[in-house]
Design a protein around this ligand. Structure first.
Ligand code: EPZ
Length: 432
């Protein structure tokens, strides 16, 4: 497919309502877990994303049938035919590692390579592998191929050195079908963990304590298919709210779970936005000036989410005053800042700290997304900027946002998806 970009005409206030898509970071582990469930699993509110298509292909390669129509995925498992995930699929996304626990649990073997995904600095998988070893897996590595085998998984007491979201998810899936009880300490507490536990319990698992630091899993041997609706995407919801805050106007997201977004929403309020929250609707109004927020630090849930860091920095680059942002989870999550500078932003990076000095106005520019949330951040800045922005690297944004251009248009920000070639031709007037 020809490479595409977005042409965003910024500078107008935004108005409208956006129904929140299903959460990518929940739908992907749920799809992986479905391979442990005999019979049919039906997942609703699955976002239409390239990562979801990758997960579907991985499932099919392992012998499941996977059909997605609109926002529903139907996965049928009547016996697996493989236990290896091709390197090409592993490289496409971080979530390919989410197949480790389910495959070990149901095929007693999982062969994989290092997962890809957004480049945010080193993203090792040592915690995943150590946890699988604790459950009885033997792991060997040769030429980058990691072979994990376990004739029988046995419940264990596992303490994670840090509350890794992915490692917690792999422990939950593997332990769900292990022999005996697993107690996971220092587990991640993200809402996506609770969604996975709810789904697994509906498939026959016995998991308690998800959402807290200690999760107990009583192994049940086998799981069955079910029908389940994926939780709403709290990061996508925050992205649309940040766009409204940056450009001004009134943006409402519907179908969200505001309780899962409290820390992020408090930042919007501190920046001078007015929020009205009722029945899963979050309405943001920004008519006056946007203000800097002094200090924000990314933390595991319920702290301020690292995935909101880039959208919020973009928003605050158009605020009055200074914000200090500290990124504590990933080493290299400021790649988008260089692109924001092209739009007139004033941001200085020192290690994991960004000092954002709001400028009176951003202007459109030719910029490139380098990862998913950084790409969304550039979109937000483009909506607030005067003039036209060409946003390249759309492949990153398509991994996590369902119809980014459609949402911007629905809010009144004129956004066109164009093949890269025709966009450059239009700009230069050159057809040769
Ligand atoms: C999940 O990544 C999300 N991805 C990320 O969202 C999110 O930023 C992150 O959780 C934190 O909330 C998915 O759910 C697919 P971690 P994950 O394991 O599971 C270190 C987005 O934009 N670590 O909690 O990979 C790691 O390097 C994406 O949607 C190890 O050292 O995150 C990081 O510093 C980007 N060894 C920290 O833990 C390991 O074995 C947290 O990572 C695993 C992790």
């Amino acid at each position: 497919m020809a490479e595409e970009l977005l042409r965003i005409r910024g500078g107008s206030t935004l108005h409208g309502e956006v129904p929140v898509q299903g959460a990518k970071n929940s739908a992907l582990p749920l799809m992986a877990a479905a391979l442990m469930c005999s019979g049919e699993t039906v997942l609703h509110r699955v976002p239409r994303l390239t990562d979801i298509r990758t997960a579907g292909r991985i499932l099919e390669g392992l012998g499941c049938a996977c059909r997605t129509e609109e926002n529903t995925a139907v996965i049928r498992q009547h016996g697996l035919s493989g236990s290896e995930i091709p390197d090409a699929e592993m490289r496409r996304m971080r979530s390919s590692i989410m197949f480790l626990g389910p495959l070990l649990g149901s095929a007693q073997e999982c062969i994989l390579t290092m997962p890809g995904g957004c480049e945010l600095g080193p993203r090792p998988i040592d915690l995943h592998l150590d946890a699988m070893r604790r459950l009885g897996a033997e792991i060997s590595e040769q030429g980058g191929r990691i072979c994990c085998r376990a004739k029988r998984l046995r419940g264990a007491r596992i303490t994670l050195p840090l509350p890794s979201v992915g490692a917690t998810e792999n422990v939950l899936t593997a332990a769900a079908v292990a022999e005996g009880e697993t107690v996971l300490c220092n587990a991640a507490r993200e809402p996506e963990i609770c969604d996975l536990a709810r789904f697994l319990n509906q498939c026959g698992a016995r998991i308690s304590g998800a959402g807290g630091g200690t999760v107990t899993v009583a192994g049940v041997g086998t799981l069955h298919g079910t029908e389940y609706t994926v939780m709403p995407d709290r990061i996508a919801a925050m992205t649309w709210l940040c766009a409204g805050a940056a450009a001004g106007g009134c943006v409402c997201v519907s179908g969200a779970v505001p309780q899962e977004m409290e820390t992020a929403l408090s930042v919007l309020e501190a920046a001078g936005c007015r929020l009205r929250i009722r029945d899963g609707r979050i309405e943001l109004r920004r008519t006056g000036v946007l203000r800097g927020v002094r200090y924000i630090r990314t933390m595991p849930y319920p702290g301020f989410p690292t995935d909101d860091q880039a959208p919020v920095c973009a928003m605050l680059s158009a605020a009055r005053g200074t914000t200090v942002m500290e990124e504590t989870l990933f080493e290299s999550r400021y790649k988008y800042v260089g692109e924001l500078l092209r739009m007139g932003a004033d941001i200085r990076i020192s290690g994991r700290t960004a000092v954002i000095t709001g400028v009176p106005a951003l202007h459109g520019a030719d910029v490139s997304a380098m990862d998913l949330r950084g790409g969304a951040a550039l979109g937000i800045a483009a909506a607030a900027a005067s003039g036209e922005t060409l946003l390249r690297g759309l492949g990153h944004i398509d991994r996590g946002y369902e119809d980014f251009a459609g949402v911007f248009n629905s809010l009144g920000c004129e956004t066109v998806r164009l093949p890269v070639f025709s966009a450059s031709t239009e700009k230069t007037g050159c057809t040769a």
